[in-house]
Design a protein. Sequence first.
Length: 234
Amino acid sequence: MELFLIGLGVIMGILTSYTDIKTGFIDDKHVFPIAGIGILYYLYYGIVIKHDVFYAFSGLIGLAIGFLLGYLLYLMGGWASGDVVILMGYSALFPYASSYAKIVPPYAVRYPLHGITLLFNSILAVFPFIFFYSLAVLVIRRKTTRLKEIFIDKWLKPFELALWISTAFVILRIVGEALPLHFGVLIWAIAIVILAKLQKVGDVVGLMLFAYGAFKTPEIVYSYLKLAATFYTF
């Protein structure tokens, strides 16, 4: 059955690549029906075969993880909506690491978090090439104002995003100790989305909770700065 899901993933990749090259857009009808098949498969296999409710909903959880990761990159201005949709589709088809993979991260084996691996190993693999190509084009065309927009005008957004993520960890530490790990991951994800939706209010709430977390665990400040620097570099 895994080969069938891989086949669906290949078909989805071909269809979305074709429409992207031809029109510049990703058509939802080439993603969500295929992702829906994956979700139904995990529901059936989890309930009927494994008798594991958490596994049964892993396709839906994978879809949500793909949305969260893609939405964060969308907020940073680095992705369009089509990129988010594609990551959602693949995360729903492959919420766990493939049995054919020789090296897999532990989190993608026990929990439906394979979307993280998909993001870094496949979609972001082309980022260095896109970055240097885009930078060279801007320099050659002498569009220095665009460079200013990229590196200066929007410098605050990566630090804001890092604040939301760090604050979500503080919230998880406060309320998540008595909960199972998969519920903790869900709370962390929901907290990020809520803070992002609240925008400036989310920043104020985030700063207050972050200050509380830093008071309890000063090391969180160093982690935040590393995360913000990473986002800014990206």
